[in-house]
Design a protein around this ligand. Structure first.
Ligand code: GDP
Length: 298
């Protein structure tokens, strides 16, 4: 991801090399090229506009510092603005002060929620937590089984409806899982919810009902970064329909242009908290805006 954007920006900065100071025309030309690079990477238009305006304004106003030449100065500004649109500081999980921390996952089918649930459980386990996975995706026939298989692989128990016993009620399962967590002293509960292929009212309602029943400490919206601009549209629909605290980007290992990853925090006002970048259960970490910006500008 971001290969084309990285190359494009590198070319843009190359044109500035060797310049003693930047003229108004240099700044305009650079801003135009950055705009094209971002649009080609599929970044949402309002984000592109804001980004370019900020870079332009800062490039004009910047004091010529002794340490950096004009090209380096522009790279520094673009770097800082990238960190900015990616959400600024690294957002960390907020744990409940008392009782188990409840994390609810929401998103479309195929976004990578079930995989992510297990990745998150493993990650938490490595931080010394004792998570419980909860299978509330009773929509997709294989989802409960998939979570059980992954739970076993990461050594984390899975709370699931017993076969033939109340399997149709995800809200009931979610509620019961909190009691189970308290009984068995799990300090984090990860609730995997159902997705659909597209945004629909019933799906939103079910997710909202689960949310109301378990009052999560964090609702995480899981989205496939490969679906480009659709990721932003879906993110907005879930924000209105369910609401969430942060975003998890999946499939960052893909070769998509990366626009979704760059737009989503800025458009939704919700930070990206985790990034999932592969099918292996260890391909997962906190999302660091500064590292992502450096990767783009590498
Ligand atoms: P769900 O329907 O949202 O629960 O999605 P799944 O967890 O079943 O994932 C859908 C597909 O995406 C599966 O084939 C996963 O192996 C794959 N997948 C999930 N996360 C990633 C990722 O970060 N990178 C890649 N390449 N594939 C992923």
């Amino acid at each position: 991801m971001f290969a084309t954007l990285s190359d494009r920006l590198a070319d843009t900065f190359k044109n500035l090399r060797g310049k003693g100071r930047l003229s108004e025309a240099d700044i305009d030309a650079t801003a135009r090229e950055i705009r094209i690079a971002l649009l080609e990477a599929d970044v949402a238009l309002p984000v592109v506009k804001e980004f370019v305006a900020a870079v332009k304004e800062r490039a004009r106003g910047e004091e010529v510092s002794g340490a950096l030449n004009p090209a380096q100065q522009i790279v520094k500004i673009v770097n800082e603005e990238l960190v900015n649109i990616l959400g600024g500081e690294t957002r960390r999980l907020r744990y409940a002060k008392t009782g188990p921390t409840v994390i609810m996952l929401a998103g479309l089918q195929g976004a990578g929620k079930t995989t992510l649930a297990a990745k998150l459980a493993l990650w938490l386990k490595e931080q010394g937590k004792t998570p419980l996975l909860v299978a509330c995706d009773l929509q997709r026939p294989n989802a409960v089984n998939q979570l059980q298989v992954n739970g076993e692989r990461v050594g984390v128990p899975v709370f699931a409806p017993e076969p033939g016993n109340g399997t149709g009620d995800p809200v009931g399962v979610a509620q019961a899982s909190i009691e189970e967590a308290k009984r068995k002293l799990h300090d984090v509960v990860i609730v995997d919810t159902a997705g659909r292929l597209g945004v629909d009212a019933e799906l939103m309602q079910q997710a909202a009902d689960i949310r109301d029943a378990v009052r999560p400490d964090e609702v995480l919206f899981v989205v496939d970064a490969m679906i480009g601009q659709d990721a932003v549209t879906t993110a907005q629909a879930f924000l209105e329909g369910v609401g969430y605290d942060a975003v998890v980007l999946t499939k960052l290992d893909g070769d998509a242009r990366g626009g979704a990853a760059l737009s989503i925090a800025s458009i939704t006002g919700r930070p990206v908290m985790f990034a999932s970048n592969g099918e292996k259960l260890t391909d997962f970490d906190l999302f660091h805006p500064d590292r992502m910006a450096s990767r783009i500008l590498d």
